[in-house]
Design a binder for this molecule. Structure first.
Ligand code: SF4
Length: 247
């Protein structure tokens, strides 16, 4: 990977869901996880359809968009998995900072040796998909401990962290899951030196059509959660004095 370029599969503006305010969002190609509910299957690999953008081009685009970064907006790097292109993202973040532009990364937080990236971004949105190593193995051949260490690292920097839980019925809705989520979240709160928020993202099938159009099999059959599933986790989070938000 050339450090001066990023491979993306999509870019555009989005308000508040990819970090604070109005943001120019770059979707980076490639992901090291295989969540069967992923809404962006077209971004899971770096293929011929990826677009290459240099850091110079990206910074120029962002600078020319400065006036519309309202409400503390800026630039967000999401995916796919942004940390797979760490060196170029870091370079872009440092250049954007020098231009006074706020930066955010959205990450599955699974890669080791990402402390520099997790520290550099003004805002980090990180998934915590399951407290179970067995479940994690269904989507990724790595350890939860790495994800937890990354989240703890960011929390200890004192910079804002939003932890997102994609709530999927068959995957992470049991009593044990709720207990496991809370165990880690309360530990994270204890260690956090700054803003720490949580958000539940109920399963949806916005990406299903893309699988069908691409001739890929969509395998999730028991993903939708009930209001009760959402309330159960939401209450557990708020009862533990943790802050739940909706972006
Ligand atoms: S981590 Fe995110 S981008 Fe990667 S497969 Fe899962 S949902 Fe898709």
């Amino acid at each position: 990977m050339h450090d001066d370029s990023l491979f993306i599969f999509q870019k555009g503006f989005n308000y508040s869901q990819d970090g604070p305010g109005n943001r120019l969002v770059y979707h980076l190609s490639g992901c090291n996880m295989h969540c069967p509910w992923c809404a962006n299957p077209e971004g899971l690999s770096q293929c011929d359809s990826s677009t290459k953008i240099t850091v110079d081009e990206l910074v120029a685009e962002a600078v020319s968009s400065k006036l519309i970064f309202i409400d503390a907006g800026g630039v967000t790097f999401t995916g796919g998995e942004a940390s797979l292109q760490k060196e170029a993202v870091l370079k872009a973040i440092n250049r954007l900072k020098a231009e006074g532009i706020s930066t955010c990364i959205e990450t599955n937080a699974s890669l080791p040796n990402c402390e520099d990236l997790l520290d550099a971004a003004d805002y980090v949105i990180a998934d915590y998909k399951t407290p179970s190593n067995n479940r994690l193995k269904e989507i990724y051949h790595g350890e939860i401990s790495t994800i937890e260490e990354n989240l703890l690292f960011r929390a200890k920097t004192g910079k804002p962290l939003l932890v997102r839980i994609p709530l999927v019925h068959y995957f992470n809705c049991s009593e044990d899951d709720t207990k496991g989520f809370l165990e880690f979240f309360t530990r994270l709160r204890k260690e956090a030196l700054g803003e720490l928020n949580f958000e539940i993202l109920p399963y949806h099938e916005f990406g299903k059509e893309k699988y069908i159009k691409a001739g890929m099999e969509y395998t999730v059959t028991d993903g939708f959660v009930t209001d009760n599933d959402i309330k159960k986790l939401a209450s557990a989070i708020t009862n533990a004095d943790l802050t739940l938000i909706n972006t």
